[in-house]
Structure formats: structure tokens, C-alpha cells
Design a protein around this ligand. Structure first.
Ligand code: BGC
Length: 793
């Protein structure tokens, strides 16, 4: 666990991610920071340097080789050190360390004067090698967009690119050069808290999003001034930790890795991601950080990755805890030999590499390789041409980092609208009429910090629009909103304590001191005076976070009790879910008339949710991950392997693969999501019954809007290999198109199928398309599909 941030100094002006700080302490800290920055500038004899004139650098390889040739061993080792701003060392010491060539980059500072000072320190160094500044820019920067699962629910790559390019622009404006994103770990066990950060369970969808986010964050190489370098994480298989318990071990067959878990990392790298962050977990007995197969054979040799690799936070030292290194010296040796270029948040390289080189256990070549990658990344970030590329000049520094003018609310709202999934809508309960009286209840109805979701690092909850604010704004004077909190997130004080510990300085989960019964009573009274109830329930954002794994997927009991009491009023009940993982909703499915999954919608969430509730926007999101009926059903992913004794609908107890106490299959399948209109799909038409080798066929389908409202839906194409040399999944997503249709409008959608869509990694890990029959399935979710078959010759 990272330590709390020193109170006198906060370069981030953020409140949610390490270092996190209380917004109440913000102003005091801002002035403390500025004092610290000025003081160090005076002591070092530098005021902020003006931006250097751009120096033309044509040949990257020659340039870097020449520079490496001039560096001492200590200077090379210094470049491999990535310092976490704050906890690790005071700013004056840091500036001295930089000038002495003992730091390559920092992360967790998003403040231009601060980073300018550090860059000034680098420019005083012997070789004037620029620093780079990294940050966790995950789903937005100053403007917070929906969390990963929400972004993925949009199935809209333009929207996702918009998030990434907007975040990049804002972060670049805050002097950030690199983000530790995208996070593309496939998650099939929703107990894992980091499920929220990723894009779900499907290799194809997550790969498409990996490409879109890399392009959005980074644009091209070299990275332009208003973009930031992407480093895909966590390489590899972090989402497959056993039991969904964070940091747990991963044991996986190579075939599963290649077919299901590795494609998104590969997609990000092929899209040009400049960096790779290495996972904290072990893989088949070897920690990723010291895993030669992973880092050398696969990443560098097989995939040809040319960028920089970064350890995760403290991961090199953790090699000792994994039990593969007896001391720090051995840990450093294993990591550097394995090609971990940057050591994050520890000084283990700095301490150990000189001795290891001296003894010959590590060669200068090992060091040169790592330093070449680090300098290469700096080159690609454009920093050798201009070390102040994203820092700019002091006169342009923003007076208020969180100023309204720096935000991109329209973009955040647009993406948020698209990120919600309508799970239930009995009796057309939704959309609501604005002229009615609405009882708005629930612990998440007016919780600004939770709107942001986890890893909303530079997001500021004071800028967040809660559902209460959004509903009130939408209703105006036409109707009424009666608010009552109704319940605390949980009545379990132990859990509250844990969540507030997680968030260091700021207790995020605040308990209403009234009794649960009194809170419910107030909510029920509000419900009785209303035409409809909107209950915002789910998880505090810290419940779906790093190190927040759960054993249950139920709503906490405090909220279940509230829902049951609300149901008993007989008023129509709409649940607005805010959560970072699939929940087990069997009970809520029975109790609620409508359920809208909003995940964590980001800064503009309150407005965006109101637009959906009132039908100003027709929901179009589809689940990027299956919802199990209960925690015991995990894993529930749709693209599971075929079995000798599969469960057969309507034939229970016949020695088939099932849990006998519960209905088989997910509560809500992958790809599922309702709309306020209905869409109909025609049968699938294939352009031919056979596909020649190297050829193509086309699958066409007509989709029609059968209802009274305009709407969008996602038409999904799945393929099943009927008989192959190895067991293949029941189906796999291979393509999709999001289409907007007016009432009564229809469109023919065409999908090109070539061999690349039929290929898989066989038992020898060859990427092959095997001849024989394939079923093409097209549907509006992964279960209700129309099917046609063809033969690959
Ligand atoms: C997380 C990474 C993150 C890093 C730096 C680690 O704890 O696992 O995802 O990028 O911290 O903040």
C-alpha cells in the first residue's frame, strides 16, 4: 500500500488516485506547492527556462546510439528510474537527483510549474537529457468520462477515441507525456475489482477498443504536442488472477492465452503503443516481471515490440515476495535481464545495478538495451526536440487547474449517454414524463465522487454532476423531484473502514448517522407522494477498484432492504445502477420495473442519465461482459469452450454441465441491452456456401426499427467453428456494426468474412484457419442469433 501524501506538498491537485487528497485541503496545498516550487527554483538559481528551440533530429537510432555512447554507467542506470512524485522524496532532493542524472522520469505530477522545475533540473545536467512525466490517464483527465466498462458498453469506437484524444489533450496541457493506459486485461471474473477499469470479457471487442484508445491517446509516433504516449497494461493476463482476488497468481494454458487473453495487448502494440506496463502477477509459476518467455520470446521476438517496458508499482522488489529472488540484488538482476526497462517507484536499479555490472552478472549490453528503449521513448514523445513540448511557457500556465474552461463537458456527456445499458423495462416504465413527481432515493443519487468511478485520477468531484442535479435540471419547473437518501452504501462498518482506508486522506464513504429504519421510512414517505421511484443503488466506487475484490456480487443488504421497502409501496420502481462490475441481480430483476446499468458515468453522468430516463436519448449500450445469476456461477463468459455434455435447455438433471440449484446461463448475456424501440433482424444471407482459400464471403442482414422512436443498436456477428483439431468456443464475436435507425427505417448491413476471422491458435500455437464448416450467427446479443453456415475449402 502506498503511503499517504505529505500534507505540505501536492503537485497533482487531484483527489482520487494515489496520491489522493482531500478537496478541503486543496487550496492550502496549492499555495504550499507553489511556495515549494518557487523556493527550489531560487535555490537552484533557475527561474523557469523558456521552451528550447526545436532541434531537428532526423535519425532516431543514430541519435540515441550517439547519446548512449556519451553516457557513464551511472547516468544510464539513472535513466531507468521512474519516481513516484510525493511519497518517494522531497522536491528539492528530487531536483538535485535529476541534475545528477539519477532519474529518468516521474509520475503523479500534473502541474506545469512543478514539472517545469524538474525539467529545468534535467537541463542543468551534464547531458541535458530531458525528463518525461507520466500519469494514470485512464478514462479522462480533468474531464472524467465513463469508466472502462461503460466505454466498452457503447461499442462505439468514435466515442472511445474521443474520450482518449480529449483526455490526452487535457493531460498534455498539464505537462503529461505518457499515460499508463489502455488497460486491456480481459476480465471474466467480476469478483476482481479492476474489472471496472477494463473493457470486459471479449478478446475481439477489447482489441478493437485497445486500438481506438491507443490512437486516441497517442495519435502518431512521434507523439504530437497535444497527445501523450500510451503504455498498454498490464502485460499480461492480470485479469485472470485466480478467484478474482487481486494480485493472485495466474495459471493458464498457452492456447487459452493466445486465443483469449493476449490479443488485446497485441492489438494495442500493433496500433503503435509506445510502452508496455508489466503485470504484477505470476504466469504459470514465473512472475511477469521476471518472465523471460513473456518479455523476451513473446513481446520482443514474436511480436516485435520496439518500445519501452515499465514495471508496475514496486513490482521488481516484489520478486522477493513472490519467492523468486532472495534479495534486492537478485530481483534487480532478474528484472533487467528480463528487459524491464523502467523500474517504477523504487530505487532498486539505482542501488543494485552498479554492483551487478561490476561483478559481471549484468552486462553493459543489458543496461544499454534498457537505456536505449527509455531514450527512444523520450525521442518518440518529442522531448529531445523540445523538452518543454507539453510544459509550455510559464505565462501560459493555467491559474486554476480545475477551471471550468479547461473541461470538455459536451464530449463527456455525449460518451456517457452511449455508455448505459437498459437491462429491464417492464410495461414501458421508461422513459419517464418530466411532468410527474419523482421520488429520487438511494445512497448514489447524490454522490459526486462516485460519479467519477475509480482511477479518475485528475478528476475533481466538485465538477461532477450527480443524478440529483441532473434530474432537477431536466425536470425544471415541469415536475417535482423528492429526494431521500434511503440507505447508506452499506451498514457494515468494517467495509466502510476498508473503503476509507483505501482512499487514504479523504474518507469517501460517509455514513448517515440515522438508523437504517429511519432512512427507509423517509424514502418510503417520499415514494408514497410520488408517481414513480428512481433508486440509485450499487457500489461505492472504491468497491470496484484495485485491491477491492469481492466474495459476493450482491447489492449490500442496506440497499436490498431499501429496494424491498420501496417495492412494497406499489409505485413503479426504476433502479439506476452505479457499479464497476456485473452484479448478481436476480432479486432486483423481480422487484424492479426497470433497470438501467449506468456503471460510473463520469463528470456529466447526472445529465446523461437524466437524458436516458426521460427519453431525450434512447439507450443504445450493450453489455461487454456477462451478468451471472449468482457469484457461484462464475465464470459466465459467453465464449466458453464446447463440452461433451453441454447443458440442454429444458432437460435438467440429465448428466449435463450445469449447477442444479439455479437456472443455467447468465442473467443478462454478453452483447445484451434494450432500447425504447424494437429492432427486428432478417435471416442471414451469405454470398456463397463455400469460401475458397484466401477468399472472402459476405454475410448480410436487414435490421429494421419496428417502433415509434429513433434509436441505435449494435448488430453483432459471431462465428462458430463446427469441427476443428482442438476444442473451440461455442461462438466468438468477430465483427459488429452500430446502426442508427428512424422509426420504420431499415438498413442492410454487410459483413465481410475472410480467413482472418476464422483463424485460431491450435495446439502447436500456429495461427490457422482449418477447412470445414463454420456457423455464422448474427444477433442483437450473443444469445438470440440467426444462423447460416458455409464451408472453408
Ligand atoms: C497499478 C497500475 C498503475 C500504477 C501507477 C499500480 O498500482 O497497478 O495500474 O498504473 O499503480 O499508478
Amino acid at each position: 500500500m502506498k503511503s499517504a501524501f505529505p500534507i505540505s506538498y501536492d503537485p497533482t491537485q487531484t483527489e482520487s488516485r494515489a496520491p489522493r487528497n482531500a478537496s478541503s485541503a486543496r487550496t492550502a496545498r496549492d499555495s504550499a506547492l507553489m511556495k515549494a516550487v518557487c523556493l527550489v527554483a531560487l535555490v537552484s538559481g533557475l527561474s523557469a527556462l523558456p521552451a528550447q528551440a526545436a532541434a531537428p533530429i532526423e535519425n532516431k537510432r543514430a541519435f540515441i546510439a550517439e547519446l548512449v555512447g556519451k553516457m557513464t554507467l551511472d547516468e544510464k542506470i539513472g535513466q531507468l528510474r521512474l519516481i513516484s512524485i510525493g511519497p518517494e522524496m522531497p522536491i528539492a532532493q528530487l531536483a538535485n537527483e535529476i541534475t545528477a542524472g539519477r532519474v529518468g522520469g516521474t509520475f503523479n505530477s500534473v502541474n506545469r510549474p512543478h514539472n517545469r522545475l524538474l525539467q529545468d533540473a534535467a537541463m542543468k545536467g551534464r547531458l541535458k537529457i530531458p525528463m518525461f512525466f507520466a500519469y494514470d490517464v485512464i478514462h479522462g483527465h480533468r474531464t472524467t468520462f465513463p469508466i472502462g466498462l461503460g466505454l466498452a458498453s457503447s461499442w462505439d469506437m468514435d466515442a472511445i477515441r474521443l474520450m482518449a484524444s480529449t483526455a490526452a489533450k487535457e493531460a498534455a496541457g498539464d505537462s503529461v507525456d505518457m499515460t499508463f493506459a489502455p488497460m486491456v486485461d480481459i476480465a471474466r471474473d467480476p469478483r476482481w475489482g479492476r474489472t471496472s477499469e477494463g473493457f470486459g470479457e471479449d478478446p475481439y471487442l477489447v482489441s478493437e477498443i485497445a486500438k481506438a484508445t491507443v490512437k486516441g491517446f497517442q495519435g502518431t509516433l512521434p507523439v504530437p504536442a497535444d497527445r501523450i504516449m500510451a503504455s498498454v497494461k498490464h502485460f499480461a493476463l492480470y485479469g485472470a488472477v485466480e478467484g478474482g482476488r487481486d494480485y493472485n497468481t495466474v495459471d493458464m494454458s498457452p492456447m487459452r492465452m493466445y486465443n483469449d487473453y493476449l490479443p488485446p495487448y497485441r492489438a494495442a502494440i500493433d496500433a503503435g503503443a509506445g510502452g508496455v506496463m508489466v503485470a504484477l502477477n505470476s504466469i504459470n509459476g514465473v512472475p511477469a516481471t521476471s518472465n523471460t518467455w513473456l518479455m523476451q520470446d513473446l513481446l520482443r521476438k514474436e511480436w516485435g515490440f520496439k518500445g519501452v517496458s515499465v514495471s508496475d508499482h514496486g513490482a521488481i522488489v516484489e520478486l522477493m515476495r513472490h519467492g523468486v529472488a532472495k534479495d534486492e540484488r537478485e530481483a534487480a538482476r532478474l528484472a533487467i535481464k528480463n528487459g524491464i526497462d523502467l523500474s517504477m517507484a523504487d530505487s532498486v536499479y539505482l542501488k543494485e545495478l552498479p554492483g551487478l555490472v561490476k561483478s559481471g552478472e549484468v552486462s553493459t549490453n543489458d543496461i544499454d538495451k534498457a537505456v536505449t528503449e527509455v531514450l527512444g521513448a523520450k525521442y518518440d514523445m518529442g522531448l529531445f526536440q523540445n523538452p518543454y513540448l507539453r510544459i509550455g511557457v510559464a505565462k501560459d500556465d493555467p491559474a486554476d487547474l480545475d477551471a471550468e474552461s479547461r473541461l470538455h463537458r459536451a464530449a463527456a456527456r455525449e460518451v456517457a449517454r452511449k455508455s448505459m445499458v437498459l437491462l429491464e423495462n417492464r410495461n414501458s416504465t421508461l422513459p419517464l414524463a418530466k411532468s410527474k413527481t419523482i421520488a429520487l432515493v438511494g445512497p448514489l443519487a447524490d454522490a459526486p465522487i462516485d460519479m467519477l468511478g475509480s482511477w479518475s485520477a485528475a478528476g475533481n468531484s466538485k465538477n461532477a454532476v450527480t443524478l440529483r442535479t441532473g434530474l432537477n435540471a431536466a425536470v425544471g419547473t415541469q415536475g417535482r423531484v423528492l429526494y431521500a437518501r434511503g440507505a447508506n452504501i452499506t451498514n457494515d462498518e468494517g467495509i466502510v473502514k476498508y473503503l476509507n482506508f483505501l482512499n487514504w486522506d479523504t474518507p469517501e464513504v460517509t455514513q448517515d448517522k440515522r438508523t437504517p429504519a429511519a432512512m427507509i421510512e423517509e424514502a418510503v414517505a417520499a415514494a408514497r407522494q410520488s408517481d414513480v421511484i428512481v433508486a440509485a443503488v450499487g457500489e461505492a466506487r472504491g468497491m470496484s477498484h484495485e485491491s477491492s475484490s469481492r466474495t459476493s456480487l450482491d447489492l449490500p443488504q442496506s440497499q436490498r432492504d431499501l429496494i424491498t421497502a420501496l417495492k412494497a409501496t406499489g409505485k413503479p420502481l426504476v433502479l439506476v445502477l452505479m457499479n464497476g462490475r456485473p452484479l448478481a441481480l436476480q432479486r432486483e430483476q423481480q422487484e424492479a420495473d426497470a433497470i438501467l446499468e449506468t456503471w460510473y458515468t463520469g463528470m456529466e453522468g447526472g445529465h446523461a442519465i437524466a437524458e436516458v430516463l426521460f427519453g431525450d436519448y434512447n439507450p443504445s449500450g450493450k453489455l461487454p461482459i456477462s451478468f451471472p445469476r449468482s457469484v457461484g456461477q462464475i465464470p459466465t463468459y459467453y465464449n466458453h469452450a464446447r463440452l461433451g455434455r453441454p447443458f440442454t435447455e429444458g432437460k435438467p438433471g440429465n448428466y449435463t454441465s450445469q449447477y442444479f440449484e439455479e437456472v443455467t446461463g447468465p442473467l443478462y448475456p454478453f452483447g445484451y441491452g434494450l432500447s425504447y424501440t424494437d429492432f427486428a433482424l432478417s435471416d442471414v444471407v451469405l454470398s456463397g456456401a463455400t469460401m475458397p482459400r484466401g477468399g472472402k464471403i459476405e454475410a448480410a442482414v436487414t435490421v429494421k426499427n419496428m417502433g415509434q422512436r429513433a434509436g441505435e443498436t449494435v448488430v453483432q456477428l459471431y462465428i462458430q467453428d463446427v469441427a476443428a483439431s482442438v476444442v473451440r468456443p461455442v461462438k466468438e464475436l468477430k465483427d459488429f456494426q452500430k446502426v442508427a435507425l428512424q422509426p420504420g427505417e431499415e438498413k442492410v448491413l454487410r459483413f465481410a468474412i475472410d480467413e482472418s476471422k476464422l483463424k485460431f491458435f491450435n495446439a502447436q500455437l500456429q495461427h490457422v484457419a482449418e477447412p470445414g464448416a463454420f456457423n455464422v450467427q448474427i444477433g442483437l446479443d450473443s444469445q438470440a442469433v440467426k444462423q447460416k453456415s458455409f464451408e472453408l475449402q
